[in-house]
Design a protein around this ligand. Structure first.
Ligand code: HPA
Length: 270
C-alpha cells in the first residue's frame, strides 16, 4: 500500500501547481463548492495511479485543486463508499494521498439522517464525535509505521478549535447550526426503526454511510479535522415512510449555500 500511495501522491504533486493546505470531501449533493475555486485543476480519480473510482449516483469522482479565498484547497468531488464494494483501505486511500500531497487540514461533509428531533431536514450539524458502527476499521492490516500510529487516539477526532470557529462563523451569518454525534453504518440498506432506536440509545444524533473511515485515517496521518453533516431526512423513528434519494438530494441542495458560506469563511481561519 505504501508504494501505491507514494505513486498516487507523486502523480498529484507533479500536476498541482502549489501544495494544497486544506482537503475537503464533498458529500452527496454537496459538490457545488468545487465550482467556487479559482484556476481549478481537475484530476479524475481514474487518472491517478492505483486510485479507486466512485460508482455512487451524484458522485462525480474527481479531485479539484484551486484557490478558495486565497487558500489552496484540494477537494474530493465525490467520495468512495464502503457499500460500493471497496475495501476500507480503498475508500480511505484518497485521504492518504491528499495528506501525502501536503494537506494539513481536512473538512469532511456528508448527507445524514437525523435521529434527533431538533435536527431537521436542511439543517447543518457540526460533528462533535462519531460512533463507528460499520463493523470494521480502515486501520486493520499489517502494522506499518509509515502509515502512522498503530493505535491512534480517538479522544478528539474533530478539532475543538475548528468546531468553535465554525460556531462563530455560523452565528455571524445567522445560520442555525447544531453539534451532534454521527454514527456510521455500512449501508446500503437503510436502518430499521429498531436500529434507529438503538442508535439513539447509544448517543447518536445522526446516521450515515461515510465519513468515519476517512476521519480515522485522517487522525492516523495527523490531520486536523472538521466534519459537517447536512440533515437530508428524519430517520424512521419520526415517521413510517420510505425516504428517497430525491428527497436526500433536495435537502442537500437546500443546505448547500449555507454550507458553502461556512466553508469559505472557515478556510482562511485555519
Ligand atoms: N441513513 C443512512 N444514511 C443516510 C441517511 C439515512 O437516513 N440519509 C442520508 N444518508
Amino acid at each position: 500500500m505504501i508504494e501505491a500511495i507514494r505513486e498516487a501522491r507523486n502523480y498529484l504533486q507533479d500536476i498541482l501547481p502549489r501544495t494544497p493546505k486544506v482537503g475537503i470531501v464533498l458529500g452527496t449533493g454537496l459538490s457545488g463548492l468545487a465550482s467556487m475555486v479559482k484556476d481549478p485543476v481537475v484530476i479524475p480519480y481514474g487518472e491517478v495511479p492505483h486510485h479507486p473510482v466512485s460508482t455512487a449516483p451524484s458522485h462525480v469522482g474527481q479531485y479539484v485543486f484551486g484557490s478558495l479565498e486565497g487558500v489552496d484547497v484540494l477537494m474530493m468531488q465525490g467520495r468512495l463508499h464502503y457499500y460500493e464494494g471497496y475495501t476500507m483501505q480503498e475508500i480511505t486511500f484518497p485521504i492518504r494521498v491528499m495528506q501525502g500531497a501536503g494537506i494539513t487540514h481536512l473538512i469532511v461533509t456528508n448527507a445524514a439522517g437525523s435521529l434527533n428531533e431538533s435536527m431537521q431536514p436542511g439543517d447543518l450539524v457540526i460533528l462533535r464525535d462519531h460512533i463507528n458502527f460499520m463493523g470494521t476499521n480502515p486501520l486493520i492490516g499489517p502494522d506499518d509505521p509509515l502509515l502512522g500510529e498503530r493505535f491512534p487516539s480517538m479522544h478528539q477526532p474533530y478539532d475543538t478549535a475548528i468546531i468553535n470557529k465554525i460556531e462563530a462563523i455560523a452565528a455571524a451569518h445567522n445560520i442555525p447550526i447544531k453539534q451532534g454525534v454521527y454514527t456510521a453504518v455500512s449501508g446500503p440498506s437503510l436502518e430499521t426503526t429498531a436500529e434507529c432506536h438503538m442508535f439513539v440509545g447509544l448517543g447518536s444524533d445522526l446516521v450515515g454511510m461515510s465519513t468515519v473511515p476517512e476521519v480515522i485515517v485522517g487522525i492516523q496521518t495527523g490531520l486536523k479535522i472538521a466534519g459537517i453533516s447536512v440533515v437530508t431526512n428524519l430517520s424512521n423513528i419520526f415517521h413510517s415512510k420510505a425516504h428517497t434519494q430525491e428527497e436526500i438530494r433536495k435537502y442537500a441542495a437546500q443546505a448547500q449555500n449555507n454550507l458553502q458560506m461556512i466553508i469559505v469563511s472557515l478556510i482562511n481561519q485555519l
